[in-house]
Design a protein around this ligand. Structure first.
Ligand code: NAP
Ligand code: ZN
Ligand code: ZN
Length: 352
């Protein structure tokens, strides 16, 4: 079926209206009318071809909240009219050990997991198209349910990537009472990291390069704010942190953060810059048995757990709503780290 969308036709062309083909919903599929789609920095990296393997046309968007319009006959968890959500994955093998454990994002099957956009349809190889579109068709397994109130749906959309990408490592590295946790970069991911780490009752320290975000970070839930460009201030916190989550979208010096870890502390990278970080100093790592790790999004069950946790605590993203046609202006502001704190596209602004 034809669907109106916004696409980049090449790494150098601005996003513009485009028509894509969605498959007819099969027995296990859910057809969703997209109401809101968050704007992740990954959308920009992909549209501009900053990562390898981007295929065009590229229709970004993996923070999707919408209304179910139709379901296949084998679908049991959602019904037409329900509010549903889709995040960063739309397929995986479902039978490997990782998938069986709910770690679909680390699928070991022959095709790995299929990303919501710029993914390879399992077995078929066609490109997948994301949420900058009026509809999406997704296997029921990858459809999340939303318990937030009707007024909150736009602000729920960013939980589908920014929320789960920070929740998953915070849980894995056991952020909680008695732990000192740093969140680096107060953007879309980082502001959710601050909110979630606070809700998990860790002592939360926000690191920002934008002094103007300091008071805001306290409002979001940080106990302390450190302006990371102040080297003297940074050095006062050596050896303090159990865990630091780095969400920064550009290459930068990791040593400044590794030094702040306690013995056995971990710096986990979720930011995915176009160019590598400078190689970190080995001595900072070995002298206190510190680790640098990475983490990718989160599994489906874990995403539902995070959504339900957020609904029960009334947690949503801080958003700025935009029209689809303003996406290039939004990308320009993302590059200036000037978003409070996630753009969400009102998809009704894209003519069907
Ligand atoms: P974002 O909203 O643009 O936030 C990035 C933040 O990084 C900025 O707000 C800024 O925070 C900081 N920053 C920007 N330029 C900087 C610089 N030159 N030096 C130091 N800090 C700088 O982006 P996002 O949507 O949160 O995504 C962040 C990164 O995570 C992207 O690379 C994205 O692709 C990646 N990502 C990874 C996963 C995963 O599964 N691992 C999932 C989603 C996104 P301050 O102003 O506070 O310094
Ligand atoms: Zn994302
Ligand atoms: Zn698998």
């Amino acid at each position: 079926m034809h669907t109106r969308a916004y696409a980049a036709q090449s790494s150098s062309s601005p996003l513009a209206p485009h028509t894509i083909e969605r498959r007819e919903p099969g027995d296990r599929d859910v057809l969703i009318e997209v109401l809101y789609c968050g704007v992740c920095h990954s959308d920009l990296h992909a549209a501009r071809g900053e990562w390898d393997g981007i295929r065009y046309p590229c229709v970004p968007g993996h923070e999707i909240v919408g209304r179910v319009s139709a379901v296949g006959k084998a679908v049991s968890r959602v019904a037409p009219g329900a509010i549903a959500a889709v995040g960063c994955m739309v397929e995986s093998c479902r039978v490997c050990e990782a998938c069986k454990r709910g770690l679909e994002q680390y699928c070991d099957g022959p095709h790995g997991f299929t990303q919501t956009y710029n993914g390879w349809v399992q077995g078929g190889g066609e490109n997948t198209y994301g949420g900058y579109s009026r509809t999406i068709v997704v296997d029921e397994h990858f459809v999340l349910t939303v318990k937030h109130g009707a007024q909150q749906l736009a602000a729920v959309a960013p939980l589908l990537c920014a929320g789960i990408t920070t929740w998953s490592p915070l849980r894995h590295w056991q952020a909680g009472p008695g732990k000192t946790v740093g969140i680096v970069g107060i953007g879309g991911l980082g502001h959710m990291g601050v909110k979630l780490a606070r809700a998990l009752e860790a002592h939360v320290v926000a690191f920002t390069t934008s002094p103007a975000k300091g008071k805001e970070a306290l409002r979001l839930g940080a106990d302390e704010v450190i302006v990371s460009t102040d080297a003297a201030d940074m050095s006062r916190h050596t050896g303090r942190f159990d865990f630091i989550l780095d969400t920064v979208s550009v290459s930068h010096d990791l040593d400044a953060y590794v030094k702040l870890l306690k013995r056995d502390g971990t710096l986990t990278l979720v930011g995915a810059p176009a160019t590598p970080h400078p190689s970190p100093s080995i001595f900072n790592l070995l002298l206190r048995r510190r680790s640098i790790a990475g983490s990718a999004i989160g599994g489906i069950a874990e995403t539902q757990e995070m959504l339900d946790f957020c609904a029960s605590r009334n947690i949503v993203s801080d958003i700025e709503m935009i029209a689809m046609a303003d996406i290039e202006k939004a990308y320009a502001r993302l590059l200036r780290a000037d978003v409070r704190y996630r753009f969400v596209i009102d998809m009704q602004t894209l003519a069907s």
